[in-house]
Every structure is written in structure tokens, then in C-alpha cells.
Design a protein around this ligand. Structure first.
Ligand code: TLP
Length: 344
């Protein structure tokens, strides 16, 4: 019986076609800027995001942390959502690598608003940390793959310009927002000084992310990547997978979204389970079992025994993520297992 792994979209393995692209990749020494496949990928990503340049990096975490390092100096403050990835899952690296403190705001489903941000921008006074950067996440992981409304992003940008700040997008899953809304990637990206995107989540590549922005920003990012030990050599074999992913796996995200919605719809109908069905528009489903009476760990274990893997995201919340190794028949089986386990 196939194990249906809904723990994360990071678990996918390269398909035979992707492996063929890897095997046939032209490579060179990227630290010398001589890897043609990496150069092609970087150009492609910059063009998709409407930015001057992009830099291939090993992970989403490194992309975000390079961005923070480029935009800030120690003692600065970065405003973000309390459930953001940089605040929860990057090992405290903003403090470790950039000497900055984060100022997390209680967003609603991951969305922080200009009304929340404006009052916490620090006065220019030596007592205070200096507010330097605002970081948004789209789609928002911990909030359940929620999509940042373009209008809100635009308003935040106005604040950023007024106060002479910078703005970074953790766009690990920006591809999903693009497919769910039809809004072009560059339309989202235009409001940000830097954007990170991942190839190793919904797009199915084994490794890799990119950070995009102005030529000046990317030159700086290049140096920071080197300092972090992220200068890779014949990494065109990795970029080939990422390039394949970008060229072939963006449109299919719509299928992941439809499958996640089937999971969400089922759970929504279970008494005691709370789920934001309206905002479940991409490949992540977060269900809260607070009023169901069984804790998340126990439920994950029960589901796991039936061959459905998922991840407890708090004592009461479970995350289910669809991806390219999950098909419609798998969702049929997931719903069958749900039917056995979740009794109304
Ligand atoms: N997210 C992982 C875990 O770290 C939680 C996952 O399974 O979803 N930004 C966002 C929004 C992410 O969700 C992730 C990974 C990252 C950045 C970091 O990417 P990597 O793992 O490549 O460093």
C-alpha cells in the first residue's frame, strides 16, 4: 500500500524527466560565474519576477537570510508576521547572522496590515532599534497557504517608501499564489526590494532557491552567499532540475490546489474541526482540532497507521500539504481514511 505523504511539498523526489535534465546539464564553475545552466536559471527567474538579476542559492532559508543581511545592519529591526517562516523556522538566524531583532505582529491568517505596521515603525532616536525591513510571506505557510492580497501589499509599499524602509518577500510558494489568483509573478514582485523563491517545494526540484532584486542587491547577495559558504561549483546539475521545474511544474500546481481543497472540504464538515475553507486556495491545509477533543500528535499517529502522513503544527493543529507525488486516487484514499477516523 502506497504511503500518502502529506507532511510537506518538500518531500518529492526528482522524476525521470527531471533526472534526465540533471544528467544532461551543461556545467561550469559557478564561483567564477561560468556555469551556463545556473546562468540560464538565474536569467529566467529574474525575468519571471521582473527583476534585474537573481542568484541561485541552496535553500529558502539561505535566500531569506541573505536578503535580511543585505538590507540591514546589526541593531536594526525587521517587522514580520508572528507566524512567519523567518520568525519560527529559521533557527533564530536573523539574530545569529545579521544581529537584528524581529518585531512580529499578530497577522490574521498571516496577513499583517499597514494599520498594524505604521504604529510600530520606530522613531529615529538612539534609544530604539531602527526599523529597516518589512518581511511578508506569500503564500503563507503556517496560516494555511493563504494568499497576500495585492492591494494590501501595495499599501504596505507606500509605507515603506514614506519611511525609507526596504521590503522582502518570502516567496517560497509565490508560484502557488500566482496559479491560484492568475496574478503574474512580476506583479507581486514589483513591490519588493528582494524576493526569494523555492524550487524544492511545489515545483518538485530536489534542491534550490533564488533571491531576486536589483543588480546592486544581487551583487551584494553574491558576496553574502560566499561568506555563508554557499558558493557552489558545478551546481548546474542542481540548477537543471530547478530549470526543469520552472519550465514544467508551475501550471500543474492548480491540481495540487484542487486536491488540497478536497481535503479541506472534508475536514470542514467534521464537527469540532475548524478550518478556514474560504482562504484554503493553495496546496496547504491547516485544520484545528481544538474542539474535537483529540490532540494533534495522537491524530497524526492514527492517520500514519492508516498510511496517511501529516504533520502536527501545534498541540491542536495539523498541516496537510499536496504536491506532485499526490494524485486524485490518493485523495480518494485519504478521504476514505478520514471517514474511518473522524466520526461526527
Ligand atoms: N518550509 C518547510 C519547513 O521549514 C516548515 C515546510 O515543510 O513547509 N519559506 C517558507 C514559507 C517555507 O515554507 C520554507 C520551508 C522556507 C522558507 C525554507 O526553505 P528551505 O527548507 O529550503 O530552507
Amino acid at each position: 500500500m502506497k504511503t500518502i505523504d502529506l507532511r510537506s511539498d518538500t518531500i518529492t523526489k526528482p522524476t525521470p524527466a527531471m533526472r534526465a535534465a540533471i544528467a544532461n546539464a551543461e556545467v561550469g564553475d559557478d564561483v567564477f560565474g561560468e556555469d551556463p545552466t545556473i546562468n540560464k536559471l538565474q536569467k529566467k527567474v529574474a525575468a519571471l519576477l521582473g527583476k534585474e538579476a537573481a542568484l541561485f542559492v541552496p535553500s529558502g532559508t539561505m535566500a531569506n537570510q541573505i536578503a535580511i543581511k543585505c538590507h540591514t545592519i546589526p541593531g536594526d529591526e525587521v517587522i514580520c508576521d508572528v507566524n512567519s517562516h523567518i520568525f519560527n523556522y529559521e533557527g533564530g538566524s536573523p539574530a545569529f547572522l545579521s544581529g537584528v531583532q524581529l518585531h512580529p505582529l499578530p497577522g490574521v491568517y498571516g496577513i499583517i496590515t499597514p494599520q498594524q505596521i505604521k504604529p510600530v515603525i520606530r522613531p529615529k532616536d538612539s534609544h530604539y532599534p531602527q526599523t529597516r525591513l518589512i518581511e511578508l510571506e506569500n503564500t503563507h505557510n503556517r496560516a494555511g497557504g493563504t494568499i497576500y492580497p495585492l492591494e494590501v501589499i501595495k499599501e504596505i509599499r507606500q509605507l515603506v517608501d514614506f519611511y525609507d524602509l526596504k521590503m522582502h518577500l518570502d516567496g517560497a510558494r509565490l508560484w502557488n499564489a500566482h496559479i491560484a489568483t492568475g496574478i503574474p509573478l512580476h506583479e507581486y514582485a514589483q513591490y519588493f526590494d528582494s524576493v526569494s523563491v523555492c524550487f524544492s517545494k511545489g515545483l518538485g526540484a530536489p534542491v534550490g532557491s533564488a533571491i531576486a532584486g536589483s543588480m546592486e542587491l544581487v551583487n551584494k547577495a553574491h558576496r553574502v552567499r560566499k561568506m555563508l559558504g554557499g558558493g557552489m561549483r558545478q551546481a548546474g546539475i542542481l540548477a537543471a532540475a530547478a530549470l526543469y521545474a520552472v519550465e514544467n511544474n508551475i501550471q500543474r500546481l492548480a491540481d495540487d490546489h484542487a486536491r488540497a481543497f478536497r481535503i479541506a472540504t472534508f475536514l470542514h464538515s467534521v464537527q469540532g474541526v475548524s478550518i478556514n475553507l474560504e482562504e484554503t486556495r493553495t496546496n496547504i491545509v491547516i485544520a484545528d482540532f481544538k474542539d474535537y477533543g483529540v490532540d494533534a500528535k495522537t491524530l497524526c499517529k492514527k492517520l500514519g497507521e492508516q498510511g496517511v502522513l501529516c504533520m502536527d503544527f501545534s498541540a491542536t493543529k495539523i498541516r496537510f500539504v499536496t504536491h506532485l507525488e499526490i494524485n486524485d486516487a490518493d485523495i480518494d484514499r485519504v478521504l476514505e481514511v478520514f471517514g474511518k477516523i473522524f466520526k461526527n
